[in-house]
Design a binder for this molecule. Structure first.
Ligand SMILES: Nc1nc2c(ncn2[C@@H]2O[C@H](COP(=O)(O)OP(=O)(O)OP(=O)(O)O)[C@@H](O)[C@H]2O)c(=O)[nH]1
Length: 780
């Protein structure tokens, strides 16, 4: 019999490291049902032609992954025309880099909104894309918001109308799932970097997310009006820290408060602004004092391109100078191939140089037809298939975000192939459920516009569709499943209860938040009789508690934040466990033998039974018992991480054996062996980045030393420093208040889960003792 090997789906495969080895790899939890093949979970979206070809090679015989050039060649003229003018883009950056402020300008210049309102502005209106009250009050983006707009671009004297679908995402790591979902369905992104702070910790995180989904990006260096703005240092950091070739396509005219505009160094023309909000761009000759820097930076641009683009390399080697058209074409090729990012600069707040970014989106980011998207054909053993954006093919779309609204559940869908029409039936591949599309809308932040049909490449939303985030929809002719997105595991929990009797609103809120946000988890602890919510950080949970109060009128009491510990084993042991019960009625009998050993990154159940000593159905029951036991470890009641249970022998009783007996044996056999395998408690270790004015460097280092943090790096800027450290999450509770107090409110920090590591021995002892005490109390 072939060995049965199953990955336990909820385990945390990639993040569990006892050393720092794979530290930065994110946790990969599926959103598709456990019954689907692991392959679905593990195949990232294949966007590049190279990646698509790789799959094509593996599955040559008609698996259906076509090279992108072939897809483009067969595009119908109407689709080609429509798609060539479409861009699906995201705006991503570190916290407070100005994404929302930038997006507000984009909406204004494209005529989507009639007036500009600032984030935390004096008019108290708030930016369009921060539509939640809480976002406007706190001045942070919590949920990503989608909108669309049209941009008139002049090309060779002709005006072309480009259509943008745009998503503004949060910068805070606590809301990182919003970035994941957005990038999953976008074709390109604008990475906003602060001209003063340069590449910051979340810039690196966002960059990693863009890489995960193969999203090409252009870079916008914002806040050029601020004192200390230095675009060249920021570009250097993009090159060094993000490890992608980057070069400026503009140089600033004036700096800080004297910023007047930019010079387009490809065409050697100066771009100034006129009008109250800088709405009119005026082209002039390059000021003579900037000629030298323009030529120098133009040279750097061509040289950088020569490194990543063969055509420019050839021109460069022949000592010729490429034409502006050749430079633009090379930037486009290299950007789409994700080998290069062109860098633009300006100030969103000062209304400077935002429009050239829109031109750059059209010039350098791909249209939906230039991006290879792949699904798995479940009817043909999950063979990968291309999703060409042809309108006349059967519809395939991905539900990437859910939101509860006034009119019921709003489901955001990206249409990859074919089209959807109001009134049409769509089928959820996972559940097989057919739904009639009663309403189809295009979103403009919290407003919506009804539409009757949506074509391939577009993003839209529908009502009344029952699904989970990450579900694939088709028109019923195909059985395609698209790959899911990464969902990081929560690292922090707290108990929560309504202050007064629940009139149903508490449960309603909890259910809704859980459905909308896969990083927000809820479970009922049967021992403490408490509802426990888990999430990505203190802010994440705080926001939900606050939303319960505001949106559902439920005041809650919460317990102290708890760390999501894990339990692991260090030794390998043999086990021989018999479950036997004979107290009248039907008896129970199950005997299992095997080895329990540490595994690297996930919980694994295996069996190697010879001669059919334990039938398959009983082995499946043992596995169930094992999985149940891993949910609540024997040591402190937290999840088990990295245990391999191999069953290689055992026995059954002709009358008394049953699935229940084997499930019980799996459960208790595992627990018994676990306690003999040198069990340990693991705690989450976080990547911490603290930025504060230079004068506070000493006290911030002191704060981190007190927390036994390992300082890994320090960047010192002209007036600020950023300290990078690794520290246990346990030590970081309440740090926001402490940092504020120690830096006169000027310090900021971010926390991002890095890996699990053994907790200090004393803490482990305390946790075990506390758990034992609770167990005893329960027994008496
Ligand atoms: N000086 C200056 N300030 C800016 C500029 N752009 C944005 N800001 C300010 O920076 C702060 C943060 O701006 P937001 O647009 O909310 O930044 P964000 O990146 O969307 O923030 P999160 O989504 O919460 O991460 C606000 O106070 C803005 O007014 C700029 O070009 N210059």
């Amino acid at each position: 019999m072939s060995p049965l090997r199953t990955l336990v789906p909820w385990a945390a495969p990639a993040l569990f490291t006892r050393s720092c080895a794979h530290a930065s790899r994110p946790l990969f939890t599926h959103v598709l049902p456990a019954t689907r093949s692991n392959f679905i979970k593990q195949l990232p979206r294949l966007q590049s032609t190279a990646a698509a070809e790789a799959v094509s090679d593996e599955t040559e015989q008609g698996a259906g992954v076509q090279p992108q050039e072939d897809i483009l060649a067969k595009l119908a003229p109407e689709d080609a025309q429509r798609l060539s003018l479409m861009r699906n883009i995201g705006i991503s950056a570190h916290i407070d880099s100005g994404k929302t402020t930038f997006t507000e300008r984009v909406l204004y210049y494209t005529g989507r909104i009639k007036a500009i309102h600032e984030v935390r502005g004096k008019d108290n209106v708030g930016a369009k894309m921060d539509s939640m009250d809480l976002e406007r009050e706190k001045g942070i983006t919590i949920q990503s918001a989608a909108t669309y707009c049209d941009w008139d671009k002049v090309e060779n004297g002709e005006t072309k109308k480009y259509h943008f679908n745009l998503i503004d995402t949060p910068g805070h790591i606590d809301f990182t799932i919003e970035v994941e979902r957005a990038l999953r369905v976008l074709d390109g992104a604008v990475l906003v970097v602060c001209a003063v702070s340069g590449v910051q910790s979340q810039t690196i995180t966002v960059d990693r997310q863009m890489r995960r989904y193969n999203v090409p990006r252009i870079t916008f260096i914002n806040k050029m009006d601020r004192m200390g703005a230095n675009p060249w240092r920021a570009i250097e950091q993009v090159n060094q820290k993000l490890k992608i070739a980057a070069a400026a396509v503009q140089v600033p005219i004036g700096r800080e408060e004297n910023l007047e505009g930019v010079v387009d160094i490809i065409n050697r023309k100066a771009l100034y602004h006129e009008g109250n909000r800088g709405e009119t761009i005026v082209e002039k000759d390059v000021p003579s004092e900037l000629n030298d820097i323009v030529e120098e930076k133009r040279g750097v641009l061509i040289e950088t391109l020569a490194d990543v683009d063969d055509e420019i390399a050839e021109i460069f080697l022949n000592e010729e100078v490429p034409s502006p058209e050749q430079i633009v074409a090379a930037i486009r090729r290299a950007t789409i191939a994700r080998k290069f990012t062109p860098v633009l600069m300006g100030s969103a707040l000062a209304n400077k140089s935002v429009q050239p970014v829109l031109d750059a989106v059209c010039d350098y980011l791909p249209n939906p037809a230039e991006v290879s998207n792949v699904a798995l054909d479940l009817a043909r053993s999950e063979a990968p298939v291309s999703l060409p954006p042809y309108s006349d093919l059967p519809f395939v779309g991905l539900a990437f975000k859910l939101e509860e609204g006034k009119f019921g559940q709003l489901t955001y869908v990206r249409v990859y192939q074919g089209m959807i029409k109001k009134g049409m039936n769509i089928v959820n591949t996972r559940t097989g459920k057919r739904t009639k599309l009663a309403r189809l809308v295009r979103m403009h932040s919290n407003e919506m516009e009804d539409v009757t049909e949506v074509h391939s490449g577009e993003i839209c939303a529908t009502f009344g569709v029952d699904c989970s985030s990450g579900d694939t929809f088709t028109d019923g002719q195909l059985e395609y499943a698209m790959t899911s997105m990464f969902v990081p595991e929560p690292v922090i929990s707290l108990s929560i209860a309504p202050k007064s009797r629940d009139n149903g609103n508490f449960s309603k809120a909890i259910n809704r938040f859980q459905k909308e946000d896969p990083t927000f988890r809820v479970h009922f602890d049967s021992e403490s009789k408490e509802t426990v919510i888990s999430g990505m950080g203190e802010l994440h949970l705080e926001i939900y508690v606050e939303r319960m109060r505001r949106e559902y009128n439920v005041d809650c009491v919460t317990g102290m934040p708890q760390v999501a510990y894990r339990e692991a084993i260090l030794d390998e042991v043999n086990f021989d466990y018999t479950h036997k019960r004979q107290s009248g009625g039907a008896g129970q009998y199950a005997k299992i033998m095997g080895i329990l050993s540490p595994a690297d990154a996930e919980n694994i159940f295996e069996s190697e039974i010879v001669g059919g000593k334990i039938p398959e159905k009983y082995l499946a029951a043992v596995q169930k018992g094992f999985e149940e036991a891993c949910e609540k470890g024997p040591l402190i009641g937290h999840k088990v991480l990295g245990a391999r249970m191999l069953v290689n022998d055992g026995a059954i009783h002709v009358v008394d054996s049953s699935e229940l007996s084997f499930r019980t044996a799996g459960y208790w056999g595992f627990r018994e062996a676990f306690m003999r395998s040198r069990p340990v408690v693991l705690e989450p270790i976080m990547d911490v980045a603290i930025t504060a004015p230079l004068e506070f460097q000493g006290s911030v280092i002191g704060l981190m030393n007190k927390r036994n943090a390992t300082i890994t790096d320090t960047d010192v800027g002209s007036d600020e420093f950023t300290l990078h450290a690794e520290c246990s999450l346990n030590q970081m509770f309440g740090f926001a208040t402490i940092l504020r107090a120690n830096t006169q409110g000027k310090g900021e920090f971010t926390l991002e889960f890095k890996h699990y590591a053994q907790a200090p021995p004393q803490l482990q002892k305390d946790l075990v003792a506390e758990f034992q005490k609770k167990l005893k109390e329960k027994q008496t």
